[in-house]
Design a binder for this molecule. Structure first.
Ligand SMILES: Nc1ncnc2c1ncn2[C@@H]1O[C@H](COP(=O)(O)OP(=O)(O)OP(=O)(O)O)[C@@H](O)[C@H]1O
Ligand SMILES: [Mg+2]
Length: 309
């Protein structure tokens, strides 16, 4: 039994040409493994191929070549088991306007063959905050509520893997926070593996243990979020000394600069530790009233990796 939630090898997808557009190589041979129990981010610019990959995992799009293994089941050899292991909240809002949330969840559970006694409709309604809308027509739900219902539908068969394709696009802050709280709970309490795409890089940085970046149908990088952030190696420590002072001499690898009442120490964090910088301050008899660091963020890494391609 593999330790991976998903193993993808040599995955290709060419969309057939239409009257309006030529054939499109949306995925050009992607290899990717996603570990069990992780919160995994799939990032990339518009048109990179993220939804294509997710929809192939979900069995909604037919791949052109390659292998997809879900929870130890080959998608081609064991379609039923591999489908049962994954729940997908799609990017597009696809809901039948004449179903109520309760009805939609029931139909979905039926599609997955979940016996009536084992259905967790009320629990899911609670989780997605739609208990008081349980019996309203879907067409009377707001956009954010519809998104939450899509999340609920992805959960009816208690999958081991939950895939969220831009769950927070156009969703207000409160709802976004609620969504992430719930997703984190599913990950922590039930050990559910979470795969998500988002264009909010702050979200990815905060939520994801590991991240893959794809562009033009190719995998550019895959690493832990910490390592990705570490690739932007310049780090700045902003010190407020108890008494304002000029920049003291610093050891090799650290530059110090006075910024008003503060001192800015910049160093390459792969070469120098924060301790070295602090020791140098102490040696110069500078006492620290306050300290903060300016971190690299995922946005810098993302732009560096995707803008040249
Ligand atoms: N059904 C389709 N028929 C033809 N081409 C398609 C189809 N779906 C997607 N494509 C093309 O495949 C490429 C990848 O699209 P995909 O939706 O996977 O990108 P994405 O990374 O999810 O982008 P976004 O961030 O905008 O959601 C794009 O060039 C897109 O135009
Ligand atoms: Mg997409």
């Amino acid at each position: 039994m593999t330790k991976d939630a998903i193993t993808i090898t040599g995955l290709k997808k060419t969309y057939a040409p239409s009257a309006k557009s030529p054939a499109k190589d949306a995925l050009k041979g992607v290899d990717l493994t996603i570990p069990r129990g992780s919160i995994f981010g799939l990032l990339g610019p518009n048109g990179a191929g993220k939804s294509t990959m997710i929809n192939i995992m979900a069995g909604l799009v037919i791949k052109s070549a390659g292998n997809v293994n879900i929870w130890g089941f080959d998608q081609d050899k064991n379609p039923r088991q591999s489908r049962a292991a994954i729940g997908v909240m799609p990017q597009e809002l696809v809901l039948d306007p004449f179903f109520t949330p309760r009805g939609a969840l029931d139909v979905q559970a039926g599609l997955y063959g979940v016996p009536k006694r084992q259905r967790k409709t009320d629990e899911i309604l609670e989780l997605i905050g739609l208990t008081d809308k349980a019996d309203a027509y879907a067409r009377s739900l707001s956009g954010g509520m519809r998104r939450r219902l899509l999340l609920g539908k992805a959960l009816v068969h208690s999958p081991q893997i939950l895939v969220l394709d831009e769950p927070t696009a156009g969703v207000d802050i409160e709802l976004r926070n609620m969504l992430w709280r719930n997703v984190r709970r599913l990950n922590e309490e039930r050990g559910m593996t979470i795969i998500l795409t988002t264009h909010y890089l702050e979200e990815a940085q905060e939520m994801c243990d590991e991240i893959a970046i794809i562009n033009h149908g190719e995998l550019i990088t895959r690493d832990t979020t910490a390592n990705l952030l570490g690739r932007v190696s310049a780090k700045t420590m902003i010190i407020t000394p108890t008494t304002p002072t000029d920049a003291p001499p610093m050891p090799a690898g650290i530059t110090a600069e006075r910024r008003g009442d503060r001192l800015a120490l910049t160093y390459d964090q792969t070469q120098v530790t924060a301790e070295t910088a602090l020791d140098a301050l102490r040696a110069a008899n500078i006492h620290i009233k306050d300290l903060r660091t300016e971190e690299a963020d995922l946005e810098e890494v993302f732009l560096a990796l995707t803008s040249s391609a």
